[in-house]
Design a protein around this ligand. Structure first.
Ligand code: GRF
Length: 213
């Protein structure tokens, strides 16, 4: 059984999707802790309602390196194997990434490498998408490396943009896909079906099991 730690900063609908995925038996894992850098994150309430330990760590109390060290302590104390960034708005330190190399998953509301990187989060992603006039956007689940939204891509799915779409309607459409992809990616991780070679993530299946070392 994979122990999962979830980091949040806001509403926590992606966290809720993981909770529901576990309850439905889709994800063969358990959430050991939810940690937020924002006291008012509704995701903390979602965790409590699901009887999951939730912690608010105030980032103003220390510098970024110490803050990450505190989070790492809470994760290691609970033998967390997989860290999921579910709407978590802080950049992780190099040390954190190394501690959990290829065991940190992030969900981003666009088709990386478009509309991602520094400053691209939440509604700003969707307004940039609408402004540019692309015909498709989507969601991406990826492993986290030391860059911002630059790690090896696990799953992506497109969302068609209609002429009447607004930031709010687009956000809703993309969020639905985010929830689906995040649950799928976590389940694949829990089944040890994700293999990484450089930037390429491949999904092991019974047939090609032999072909991937
Ligand atoms: C989502 O769009 C997610 O892709 C982004 O943060 C937003 C908030 O998600 N990373 P949530 O409802 O707090 O899970």
């Amino acid at each position: 059984m994979v122990n999962i730690g979830v980091l949040i900063s806001g509403n926590g609908t992606n966290l809720q999707a993981i909770i529901d995925g576990i309850d439905k038996g889709i994800i063969n894992g358990r959430i050991k802790v939810v940690i937020s850098n924002r006291k008012d994150a509704y995701g903390l309430t979602r965790a409590s309602k699901a009887n999951i330990e939730s912690i608010y760590l105030d980032p103003k109390e220390c510098d970024a390196i110490t803050y990450d060290r505190k989070i790492l302590h809470e994760l290691k104390k609970r033998d967390v194997d997989l860290v999921v960034l579910a709407g978590y708005l802080r950049i992780l330190s190099k040390k954190f990434i190394e501690e959990y190399k290829n065991r940190i998953i992030n969900i981003h509301p666009s088709l990386i490498p478009s509309f991602c990187g520094k400053g691209y989060y939440g509604d700003r992603v969707h307004s940039a998408v609408l402004e540019y006039g692309v015909k498709y956007t989507g969601a991406t689940v990826h492993f986290v490396d030391e860059g911002t939204d630059t790690g090896p891509i696990i799953l992506q799915e497109v969302v068609k943009i209609d002429d009447h779409d607004t930031v709010d309607t687009l956000k809703e459409k993309v969020l639905e896909v985010e929830h689906k992809l995040l649950v799928q990616a976590i389940e694949l991780f829990c089944q040890n079906k994700l293999s990484i070679k450089g930037r390429l993530v491949r999904i092991r299946s019974e047939e090609n099991e032999k072909s991937i070392d």
